[in-house]
Design a protein around this ligand. Structure first.
Ligand SMILES: NC(=O)C1=CN([C@@H]2O[C@H](COP(=O)(O)OP(=O)(O)OC[C@H]3O[C@@H](n4cnc5c(N)ncnc54)[C@H](O)[C@@H]3O)[C@@H](O)[C@H]2O)C=CC1
Ligand SMILES: O=C(O)[C@@H]1CCC=N1
Length: 271
């Protein structure tokens, strides 16, 4: 991949995951600038040789690709701060949840091309999953640029309809938190059963990794079959699954994901 000058505006959790993931993949640190108003955040990047600035305008002006990575609530304020920047020769990538291309175009009127990305924090360990959306007017070359940037830190999936970005957020942007919640709950259960923290953690995380690898390495095998292969008739797994089903696990997951989408839709109107 050719290494464009990148500026991230906002150096929080998600920008750190992407930037540190890119560095791990050999992206040159001197081609990345991170702007964050928080000094402690800036120092995290300086320690890795990445250029930093508290000034969003400077960061945007230096870049060929500007990545917006502030909270959606901060989008309008940021746009105000960098209203003097001429974006006409820059490519804008927004990783902000729920901020539509229409809204971004209104906030940054000199921008010609915008791609929206919904990444996730496993980008940090080169196992990210990003959903991307580009309006039809975006040239293929820029789509490939966005794609190669995110492919450097994981897998990608394009969606054709912008409205599907809400579902992508529920599926991959937010979902690492669902899996961590599951792991936390398992850890609590195991500690209550008398295992120590290190035993519990290793047993859980390696099983999660193994399950994910089995799913990935057997793409033709439905999740249902993978689950059934663990479940002996009248055995231990079946006993656990009865409890999940009695407590309406599938419906709970569905309701949680619907709440994620509903909040994303609400934020789209609010910010
Ligand atoms: N955390 C995640 O797992 C994911 C986050 N996102 C999106 O990424 C964006 C960032 O999320 P996080 O990194 O979690 O948030 P965060 O709160 O960790 O980071 C935001 C950073 O932006 C900085 N900031 C805010 N306004 C600024 C300004 N005007 N100029 C300079 N710096 C400014 C803050 O100091 C903070 O460090 C959000 O829009 C979120 O929707 C998308 C996918 C996943
Ligand atoms: O919780 C959030 O709003 C952001 C977007 C997806 C993951 N984190």
């Amino acid at each position: 991949m050719s290494h464009k000058f990148l500026s991230f505006i906002g150096g929080g959790n998600m920008a750190q995951a992407i930037v540190f993931g890119l560095l791990k993949q050999g992206y040159p640190a001197d081609k990345i600038t991170v702007c964050d108003r928080n000094q402690a955040k800036r120092e995290l990047f300086t320690a890795q040789g990445v250029r930093v600035t508290p000034n969003a305008q400077t960061a945007a002006e230096q870049a060929e690709i500007v990545v917006l990575a502030v909270k959606p609530q901060g989008a309008a304020e940021l746009a105000q701060t960098i209203s003097a920047v001429n974006f006409s020769d820059k490519f804008l990538i927004s990783i902000m949840a729920a901020i539509s291309v229409k809204k971004l175009t209104a906030l940054f009127p000199t921008v010609r091309h915008i791609v929206r990305v919904m990444p996730n924090t496993p980008a940090l360990v080169s196992a990210g999953m990003s959903g991307l959306f580009a309006p039809p007017s975006v040239p293929d070359e820029l789509k490939r640029q966005a794609e190669s940037l995110l492919k450097a830190v994981g897998k990608i999936c394009w969606v054709e309809n912008e409205s599907d970005m809400h579902s992508v957020t529920a599926a991959s942007g937010s979902s690492p938190a669902y899996f961590f919640l599951f792991m936390e709950a398992m850890q609590q259960a195991l500690l209550a059963m008398g295992l120590n923290n290190q035993q519990a953690r290793e047993l859980i995380q390696q099983s999660a990794l193994g399950a994910a690898k089995m799913a990935i390495e057997n793409p033709q095998t439905p999740f249902t079959v993978l689950r059934e292969n663990v479940t002996s008739k009248g055995g231990t797994t079946a006993a656990a699954l009865v409890v999940f089903n009695e407590r309406q696990f599938a419906q709970t997951v569905q309701l949680a994901m619907q709440a994620c989408v509903a909040r994303s839709q609400e934020m789209e109107k609010l910010f």
